[in-house]
Design a protein around this ligand. Structure first.
Ligand SMILES: Nc1ncnc2c1ncn2[C@@H]1O[C@H](COP(=O)(O)OP(=O)(O)O)[C@@H](O)[C@H]1O
Ligand SMILES: [Mg+2]
Length: 363
């Protein structure tokens, strides 16, 4: 069942085109996260779905209904913003029920909905408190609660967690995922934080400069990025990119550059051959380096000159160089390991990525 569908949506402010051509097909009940750098058009997209911003052209359907020109109220959506303002003089219950009271919903129903939302958000014991007596995370949950009580067809979230500290953000990510399961509603969530996108989404939409770069499951976009932008955006720390050249040597294909030479895995040979340029960009994720060779076939030696080794518990984070090129690597290291030093490391070549150097698409 289609839930929220955007067809060739264009958005311009005056002469400036922010979104050149956006099509999205979000299924009913799906949790879709739109992720991209600041200024790429995420909020504008969400506001167009909400009806707070008009489209320049194109159409928007919600639940099979053309809502392109419908008022926000007629769209059956609830939106949670990054910056929320609670009514300071009202307690939690009052804040959460405000919209329902305004709409003249019967009292018994209001109570029931507020109780249910408070239960889901673990706010039951705070219903009588004023916002000033709540922590930042509790206030954020009240803001969520205001939307949830309305039980809309579709929930829209615009970076609702970015004001919270790291631990609370992690908790709220989990709570939101649980909430999605409990409510079983279509949710569109916007963030610049790829970790939020990876952890919560059924599908991720990666945007850059108003253009969709890739749509896929978290696993899809991590394992098979369509271009260098997606490859660098998804994953933490970011993928390393190295200028390299392809060289055939008998039936082997090597990717070589300053300070390294690695065999290209067999499954990529055909695509590498079809790419009739010798010059490529090699992509190596930090987490695919290893300090020990656990597999003779797939782990190949690569020289790292280590500048700094940071101990981060189960692994060490290396700021290093391959030739003149700065790279990062996260290598597993036992609890008693000494700081890693320069020398021979290994890279799992089955996890390498190749990109067209000029056009940046994946090979
Ligand atoms: N009302 C507006 N008038 C003119 N430009 C705008 C307006 N709103 C947003 N923009 C521009 O549109 C682009 C996308 O903005 P936005 O959707 O807020 O990005 P994001 O949410 O991804 O950070 C930015 O360059 C921003 O400056
Ligand atoms: Mg924004």
């Amino acid at each position: 069942m289609p839930g929220v569908v955007l067809n060739n949506v264009v958005k311009a402010f005056g002469d400036t085109v922010i979104i050149p051509d956006l099509s999205l097909d979000i299924a009913e009940g799906e949790f879709v996260v739109i992720v991209g750098p600041s200024g790429c058009g995420k909020s504008t997209t969400l506001r167009m779905i909400a009806g707070l911003e008009r489209v320049t052209s194109g159409s928007i359907h919600i639940r099979d209904k053309d809502v392109t020109w419908a008022a926000p109220k007629a769209r059956d959506i609830a939106m949670v913003f990054q910056s929320y303002a609670l009514y300071p003089h009202m307690n939690v219950a009052g804040n959460m029920s405000f919209a329902l009271r305004l709409a003249g919903t019967p009292k018994a129903e209001i109570n029931e909905r507020v109780q249910r939302a408070a239960d889901i958000l673990e706010l039951t014991e705070y219903l009588d408190r004023k916002p000033k007596d709540l922590s930042g995370g509790q206030r954020q949950r009240v803001a969520m609660g205001r939307s949830i009580v309305r039980d809309a067809y579709c929930f829209l979230f615009d970076e609702p967690l970015s004001n919270l500290d790291a631990k609370l953000r992690a908790n709220m990510r989990t709570e939101l995922a649980i909430l999605h399961k409990q409510l079983d509603r279509t949710m569109v969530y916007v963030t610049h934080d790829q970790i939020e996108a990876m952890t919560m989404a059924n599908r991720i939409v990666i945007m850059d400069q108003g253009l969709v770069q890739q749509i896929g499951t978290p696993r899809d976009v991590y394992t098979a990025p369509v271009n260098r932008f997606v490859a660098g955006f998804i994953g933490s720390p970011s993928m390393n990119f190295l200028d390299a050249e392809l060289h055939a040597e008998g039936d082997r294909l090597l990717v070589r550059g300053e300070g390294f030479s690695l065999p290209v895995p067999q499954r990529m040979h055909e695509r590498a051959a079809a790419h009739d340029k010798r010059e490529v960009t090699l992509g190596l994720r930090p987490e695919h380096f290893a300090s020990e060779r656990s597999d003779e076939d797939t782990h190949h030696p690569i020289e790292l000159s280590v500048d700094v080794a940071e101990y981060i518990g189960s692994s060490q984070f290396l700021a290093a160089h391959i030739g003149e090129r700065a790279v990062t690597a996260t290598v597993y290291a036992g609890p008693d390991a000494d700081p890693m030093e320069s020398g021979e490391y290994f890279f799992d070549v089955t996890r390498m990525y190749l990109f067209d150097r000029a056009e940046e698409h994946a090979i």
